[in-house]
Write a protein that binds this ligand. Structure first.
Ligand SMILES: Nc1ncnc2c1ncn2[C@@H]1O[C@H](COP(=O)(O)OP(=O)(O)OP(=O)(O)O)[C@@H](O)[C@H]1O
Ligand SMILES: [Mg+2]
Length: 349
C-alpha cells in the first residue's frame, strides 16, 4: 500500500521535503527500516499551523514519529510545544497540513482503512469529556460492548482503584477519579496501540503507580505500543523505551532516557550545604549554583567536568576547614535536567 503526501490545507506552506533527505530541521525519530511503515504507528513530516496567514501558530513543523510493537514512546515538551496537536492528528481527529501518517499500516488518507485500524487503538485525551450522568460501571460496561474482545471491565475498574465508586455518576467523581475512568476507557478494548495524553496529571502517587502498572501490563500481555505525553519526567524515565523532546512544534532530540542524559547532561551532580557567606571561589569552577537553604545555610550544586578530582578537592577543603561540607549528595543527572537544558528555563505562554 502506498502513502500519499497529505497537504490538505494551507497551500501557502512550502513543499514538504522528502523524508530522510537531511533537509528537515527535526532529527528523525526512528529509522524507516524495512517494515517500519507497518509499525502500529508511523508518521513522517507532520505539519500543522493554526490561525491566519498573517499571524500563524506553527504548532507542528515536520514531525517524524514511530511506535513499534511493544514499545512505549514518550513525547515530552513544555506547554504549547505541540503534543496534543500531534496526538489529535495521529488519532485522526485533526487534519494535518502536510505529512504521512499510518496506523497499523493504514494510511490516514484512506478513511475506511484508518477507521478500521482505530478499532485497535485506545485513546485517553488530555481533556476527555465523559457522559456526566452515567455511572462508572454503566459507562465502562457500555464501551466494552463496542469491542470484540474487551478486557474484563470489573477487573480493570478494580485495578484502577475505582471499585468503591463504580455505582457513582461521573459528575460526582473527583478530577483524579475521572482521569482514571478515561484511562479505563482507553484500555477496555484491549488495544494494540494506546495514546495517552497526560494520563496521570491529576493523580496522586498511588493512582499514578496503578496506571503505570496497567500500561506496562497492556504492553506485556498484548504487545501493545504506547504513545505517552507527560510533564512528569519520572514517569517518562520509568515507562518509556524512547522519548522525543518537542518544542515549538519540532523534535529537539530523541533517544532512550539514558542516551539523552549521556548526550546532554553526562556530568554527575555534587550537592552539599555549607555556611552562609563562605566564598565558593575556592572551588575554582563556574559550574556551581548556590541558593539559600533552611537554617541560614547555603545549598550548593556543582556539576564538575572532572568528577573524581572535584570530589577529592571538596574533601580536602572540608578537612582543612576552608569549606565546611554538610549533607553531601552525589547524583546522576536526570531527564528533567535534559529537558531544562534543551528547552530552557523560561516559562511558556
Ligand atoms: N484549535 C487551535 N486553534 C488555535 N491554536 C491552537 C489550537 N490548538 C492548539 N493551538 C496552539 O498550538 C500550539 C500547540 O498546542 P498543543 O495543545 O498541541 O500543546 P501541548 O504541547 O499539548 O501543550 P500542553 O503541555 O499545555 O498540553 C499552542 O501554541 C496552542 O495555543
Ligand atoms: Mg497538551
Amino acid at each position: 500500500m502506498s502513502t500519499i503526501d497529505l497537504r490538505l490545507a494551507d497551500p501557502g506552506l512550502p513543499p514538504r521535503a522528502p523524508s530522510g533527505d537531511g533537509t528537515s530541521a527535526a532529527p528523525r525519530a526512528a529509522d524507516a527500516g524495512p517494515g517500519a511503515k507497518d509499525s502500529p504507528l508511523w508518521a513522517r513530516g507532520v505539519r500543522k499551523s493554526f490561525g491566519s496567514a498573517e499571524r500563524p501558530t506553527h504548532a507542528l513543523t515536520g514531525i517524524d514519529i514511530e511506535v513499534r510493537r511493544g514499545e512505549i514512546v514518550g513525547v515530552l515538551g513544555p506547554n504549547g510545544a505541540g503534543k496534543t496537536t500531534l496526538v489529535s492528528i495521529l488519532e485522526g481527529l485533526l487534519a494535518p497540513d502536510a505529512g504521512q501518517v499510518r496506523l497499523m499500516g493504514a494510511p490516514l488518507d484512506d478513511r475506511a482503512a484508518y477507521q478500521r485500524a482505530k478499532g485497535e487503538l485506545g485513546v485517553s485525551m488530555q481533556h476527555s469529556v465523559l457522559p456526566s450522568t452515567l455511572t462508572i460501571a454503566e459507562l465502562v460496561g457500555t464501551v466494552s460492548r463496542l469491542y470484540p474482545h474487551p478486557r474484563p471491565a470489573a477487573r480493570l475498574v478494580d485495578e484502577l482503584g475505582l471499585t468503591d465508586k463504580r455505582h457513582h455518576e461521573i459528575r460526582h467523581l473527583s478530577g483524579g477519579q475521572q482521569q482514571r475512568v478515561a484511562v479505563a476507557l482507553a484500555l477496555i478494548g484491549d488495544p494494540k496501540l494506546v495514546f495517552l495524553d497526560e494520563p496521570t496529571s491529576q493523580l496522586d502517587p498511588q493512582a499514578r503507580r496503578a496506571v503505570w502498572d496497567i500500561v506496562l501490563e497492556q504492553r506485556r500481555s498484548r504487545g501493545a505500543g504506547v504513545l505517552l505525553t507527560t510533564h512528569q519526567m519520572e514517569e517518562a524515565e520509568r515507562l518509556c523505551d524512547r522519548v522525543l523532546i518537542l518544542d515549538h512544534g519540532r523534535v529537539l532530540d530523541h533517544g532512550t532516557p539514558r542516551e539523552l542524559v549521556q548526550r546532554h547532561c553526562p556530568q554527575r551532580r555534587i550537592g552539599f550545604t555549607t555556611d552562609a557567606g563562605v566564598d565558593l571561589a575556592v572551588l575554582a569552577d563556574d559550574a556551581i549554583e548556590q541558593s539559600p537553604a533552611a537554617g541560614g545555610e547555603l545549598a550548593v550544586g556543582w556539576r564538575p567536568q572532572d568528577f573524581d578530582a572535584a570530589l577529592a578537592r571538596l574533601m580536602e577543603l572540608n578537612r582543612s576547614g576552608r569549606l565546611p561540607v554538610r549533607d553531601l549528595q552525589v547524583a546522576s543527572q536526570s531527564l528533567e535536567d535534559v529537558f531544562i537544558q534543551l528547552t530552557g528555563r523560561g516559562i511558556r505562554a
